[in-house]
Design a protein around this ligand. Structure first.
Ligand code: ATP
Ligand code: MG
Length: 579
């Protein structure tokens, strides 16, 4: 492809709207352009990357025995009402009415549509297992679309849905997808890790997320420094403490802590460590407000709390609510004498003695408060975030934290959707039974963005070979007939050897071409100029290392084949977590 025949609007300056490296480089390299918040046009170069990732996904899904189909973007409300998600999904579900005033939505995921197909078309266990996938545009009206393709509102997803007649079969289907995902992200040249995950709005029992490890990731991953345990922090279990403080109980004392509300302010003022304080947080769940006790140096995990209370979401109670329920402004709540609500506590509270705690009076705290003697806890649970140094909940080692980008997720759904939509099959005894499902998603655009987060330098993108928009950037730097002829011959020969070549045929200065080539990030650059040709050579540069070599044009194919075998990284540090 010649540059003059392709729209590649590279930008010299950093676009102001972009906050992350991948967003900035996707705009600067002319891969995408914004149409509205979270809605983008894929320009020719960007689409080539998307198509490459899709192709890898297709090959691996087909290899795993999944069949491709294509479902509609719009789906009728009736299906979503059957599963209850018409209400449950909230504002992320973009709804509209057709001309007959019927309710529809743009599909954020397709469990309802595929389960409807299944219950109409599949009758017998003999037809199972089945796994259907599609690569299709999704719409989620995300509250904060950002970082370009990383969190869009309209985005391309590969989604797959498996149907089995029994649990054992469903587990095999799940494992096949887990393995296919491992192959997909390895083939994309990414460094990633599969971690245990929360099931969120999709639901189900077991789930793993595939995380591309990158500093800019929105997700936090915890993993054992010695064992195979790895989980999203939303999910990561924390073991109850093994050490119980057995210092003698001291009498409860009230102290003034004027204007000291936060853990830091109170503990600095009282000259104690944050681990000697208990925070009392009031949370609103659907129909109740609860008090949650957490050690001062720990962070409450809202997802764990929501799961404990069997609700989708919890939120901190408003300051007025705190005032009316505790009698004190925010910052001074405590469990001593607290009436009218359940008191929940993280396991760590069990082991604490003589703690500092809010006194339910403005500007006051208690010293040396003790559980059972001074206050009661209704229920203990694992309610905090794991943190560095915690023992691994399964297997050896201590936990470490890292940032990750969720590029894919697999769910063992069980009968969540088949039950609410009555998707049954006849088993080998002729009995009706519910299909056991799994669902599996990969964000195609997010995978491209994650690849850039992991593969770039200050000059631009450094594409992993398998998903690069082009393999070779051909850069003639002299205007002579001789250079033109040599370039043209190289172009033909490279194409014949199955290299994808972008030929920069613009009449630009060499410096401009070099900068654009580094920005666009093809793995190899071939520079053709009068000077080199006079010596019988062209220059080959490896984008990743910057290493340059002078090669005779007749040797270029052999040279690039060798380099691509060496530099085509199939890197992965995927060690499946305990399942
Ligand atoms: P997140 O937690 O990041 O919002 P999710 O868990 O809701 O994502 P899934 O329902 O698991 O997403 O969707 C499968 C995949 O689709 C995700 O792993 C991700 O790669 C991709 N994806 C989800 N939401 C978006 C989005 N708003 N923009 C781009 N890709 C997305
Ligand atoms: Mg997910």
């Amino acid at each position: 492809m010649k540059t003059s025949q392709m729209l590649i609007p590279t930008l010299r300056e950093d676009p102001g709207e972009a906050e992350t490296v991948s967003h900035r480089l996707m705009l600067r390299a002319g891969l995408i352009r914004k149409v509205a918040a979270g809605i983008y046009t894929y320009l020719p170069l960007g689409l080539r990357v998307i198509r490459k990732i899709e192709q890898i996904i297709r090959e691996e899904m087909n290899r795993a025995g999944a069949q491709e189909l294509l479902m509609p973007i719009a789906s009728p409300a009736e299906l979503w009402k059957e599963t209850g998600r018409w209400d449950y999904y909230g504002k992320e579900l973009l709804r509209f009415k057709d001309r007959h005033e019927r309710d529809f939505c743009l599909g954020p995921t397709h469990e309802e549509v595929i389960t409807d197909l299944f219950r109409r078309e599949v009758r017998s266990y003999r037809q199972l297992p089945l796994n259907f996938y599609q690569i299709q545009t999704k719409f989620r009206d995300e509250i904060r679309p950002r970082f370009g393709l990383m969190r869009g509102r309209e985005f391309i997803m590969k989604d797959a849905y498996s149907f089995d007649g029994d649990e054992a079969g469903a587990k095999i289907s799940y494992q096949k997808m887990y393995d296919a995902y491992t192959s997909i992200f390895t083939r994309c040249g990414l460094t990633f890790r599969a971690v245990e995950a929360d099931t969120g709005l999709i639901g189900g029992d077991v789930s793993h997320e595939f995380m591309v490890l990158a500093e800019t990731g929105e997700a936090t991953v915890v993993y054992s420094d010695q064992g195979s345990y790895a989980a999203n922090i939303e999910r990561a279990e924390v073991l109850p403490p093994s050490d119980i403080d057995d210092t003698p109980l001291r009498p409860l004392t009230l102290v003034a802590t004027p204007q000291r509300r936060t853990v830091e302010e109170v503990t600095t003022f009282l000259k104690i460590a944050p681990r000697q304080l208990i925070k009392t947080l009031l949370y609103k769940a659907e129909n109740e407000t609860v008090a949650v006790l957490i050690r001062g140096d720990h962070a409450l995990n809202e997802i764990k709390l929501a799961r404990l209370l069997h609700v989708t979401e919890v939120e901190l109670a408003a300051p007025e609510t705190v005032k009316s329920l505790t009698g004190a402004p925010v910052g001074f709540a405590g469990p001593v004498g607290l009436q009218g609500m359940r008191i929940l506590a993280d396991h760590a509270i069990k082991g604490m003695r003589n703690v500092v705690i809010g006194a339910n009076q403005g500007d006051m705290h208690y010293l040396d408060a003790n559980m059972d003697r001074d206050f009661k806890v209704d229920q203990f649970a694992d309610l905090r975030n794991a943190q560095t140094g915690d023992p691994s909940p399964r297997g050896p080692g201590a936990l470490t934290l890292a940032k990750g980008i969720e590029v894919g997720q697999v769910f063992l759904l069980g009968t969540k959707y088949s039950k609410s939509m009555n998707a049954t099959i006849l088993d080998d005894q002729g009995q009706e039974c519910l299909a056991i499902m799994g669902c599996y998603g990969i964000g195609v655009g997010r995978t491209a963005a994650a690849a850039i987060e992991q593969n770039h330098d200050d000059k631009g993108i450094i594409w992993p070979f398998p998903i690069a928009p082009f393999h070779v950037h051909l850069l003639p730097v002299s205007q002579s007939e001789k250079t033109a002829e040599a370039t043209s011959l190289l172009y033909t020969n490279l194409l014949a050897a199955n290299f994808e070549v972008l030929w920069d045929d613009r009449e630009e200065r060499a410096g401009v071409k070099f900068n654009d080539a580094d920005l666009v990030g093809a793995p190899f650059q071939v520079v053709v100029g009068d000077k080199g040709l006079a010596d019988g050579v062209v220059e080959v540069k490896i984008r990743r290392s910057g290493a340059k070599s002078r090669v005779a044009p007749s040797n270029i194919i052999a040279h690039l084949l060798k380099l691509s075998a060496e530099t085509n990284p199939t890197r992965s540090m995927c060690s499946p977590s305990d399942k």
